[in-house]
Design a protein around this ligand. Structure first.
Ligand SMILES: C[S@@+](CC[C@H](N)C(=O)[O-])C[C@H]1O[C@@H](n2cnc3c(N)ncnc32)[C@H](O)[C@@H]1O
Length: 399
């Protein structure tokens, strides 16, 4: 580390700060990346070890414990007034001295605030208090973390080879001693699938959506030219979870023509509240079976194919093909396209998650093209958006 490097990063931070103040898309994400770069340049190895291997695991463990006791919810209720640690300890049934130590660490990690001896929520902890975040914390701590922790022993056993993509047993199976593939295990072990659905909703939270202006031109590419005589659906969200994408899509294009269809597994569809009040029609559908909604303008698959190896990804696309109207229906793959030269943290972090859970990988552009073209589709265009790890690959039947 040199003072020159630090000054150089600081100059970039200042310029990006101006862009952020002007509301430029991607500026916030660049500020975070530059801040991380600055820390990496300044931090000593001993400080890195302390932060990454003690402070952050202890923070995650304390947050997981806080979920069990609804500590963030109680602090949110207390508002700006805050709560004395003794009072909070009594409410949640924890020894006051223990609570003070754990919460002090969360204050040091900027997860909570401390003022006049009282613990106070901040915008981060209030976010974490929301039900989807509470469930996501359970998913990340209870399921993801053991899977990632098993990398050293799993890969030692594998003689440091990448697992064959079609192989079922991976780090997740080693961690849980289960022969079941990840999604089957989630299904068989409630409420883990629900926790996972919450995790997906949180993963999306605040990130640019593919249908935002400047990302994918929905008006020009989907709405213009929509023809109900070909098919009544404007968009079918295949494996769309509980519909978070489609709720936002419908809000943005509230006078859109045609129907919006949401498809997912039975149990996920069953979780959707007040189905009649939703802007979509929810249907349980297994994407390994032929697509039942014919001739839609678009079939959106958001973070679906990245969960599967190449053979399974191809099967999912094959099952869409008979429903596609040539020259009209578009397949929209909203996926990470990994840069070989400048890997972004959001892309590599997701690559590690899916390696840990599913034994699969995030794909480069060349890899995507091989799969898409291999099933007789054609890439029309790849749309990117500043600050977004995900791109929108638009494809159609190859003629
Ligand atoms: C990574 S999540 C993506 C969810 C959503 N598209 C999003 O981007 O937030 C994968 C989704 O695929 C669903 N899924 C897994 N296997 C499926 C199957 N055979 N048929 C339909 N959906 C499936 C899961 O329930 C989950 O909602």
């Amino acid at each position: 580390m040199t003072a020159t490097t630090a000054s150089c990063i600081l100059a970039k931070l200042a310029a990006t700060g101006d862009a952020y103040a002007k509301g430029q898309p991607g500026a916030r994400e660049s500020l975070i990346a530059l801040s991380r770069e600055l820390i990496a340049n300044l931090e000593l190895s001993s400080e890195f070890l302390q932060r990454s291997f003690w402070a952050e695991p202890a923070m995650c463990a304390s947050i997981r414990l806080a979920v069990d006791l609804d500590i963030f919810g109680l602090l949110r209720e207390a508002g700006a007034e805050g709560v004395l640690p003794d009072v909070l300890a009594e409410k949640v049934g924890m020894q006051a001295s223990l609570l003070k130590r754990l919460m002090r660490h969360l204050v040091a990690m900027h997860v909570l605030e401390l003022a006049d001896g009282k613990l106070r929520a901040n915008s981060l902890s209030n976010g974490l208090a929301m039900q989807d975040y509470q469930r996501s914390i359970m998913f990340c701590f209870d399921v993801s973390r053991p899977s990632l922790n098993s990398f050293p022993s799993y890969f030692k056993e594998m003689k440091y080879q990448e697992p064959a993509l079609s192989k079922i047993d991976g780090p997740f199976n080693k961690a849980f001693g289960s022969p079941l593939p990840f999604f089957d295990w989630l299904n068989a072990n409630p409420p883990n699938l629900q926790h996972f659905a919450s995790f997906m909703a949180c993963y999306r939270d605040g990130k640019p959506n593919w249908f935002e202006s400047g990302f994918y031109p929905v008006q020009e590419r989907l709405i213009a030219g929509f023809d109900p005589s070909i098919g009544e659906a404007l968009v079918v969200d295949v494996g769309g979870g509980r519909g978070h994408d489609m709720v936002m899509f419908a809000a943005r294009y509230h006078d859109h023509p045609g129907n919006i269809i949401l498809q997912d597994q039975d149990v996920v569809i069953g979780e959707i509240e007040s189905k009649d009040a939703q802007p979509f029609t929810a249907i349980a559908h297994d994407f390994y079976k032929p697509q039942p909604v014919m001739g839609a303008r678009a079939y959106s698959l958001h973070s679906i194919l990245h969960d599967w190896d190449d053979d399974h990804a191809a099967k999912i696309l094959e099952n869409l093909k008979p429903a596609l109207k040539p020259g009209y229906s578009r397949v929209l793959l909203n996926e990470i396209v990994v840069s070989e030269d400048e890997p972004a943290l959001a892309a590599t972090a997701m690559d590690m998650m899916i390696l840990g859970h599913l034994n699969v990988c995030e794909r480069t552009e060349a890899h995507w093209r091989t799969i898409i073209e291999g099933v007789g589709l054609r890439v029309i265009n790849i749309y990117r958006y500043p600050g977004s790890a995900e791109s929108l690959i638009e494809a159609e039947l190859a003629l």
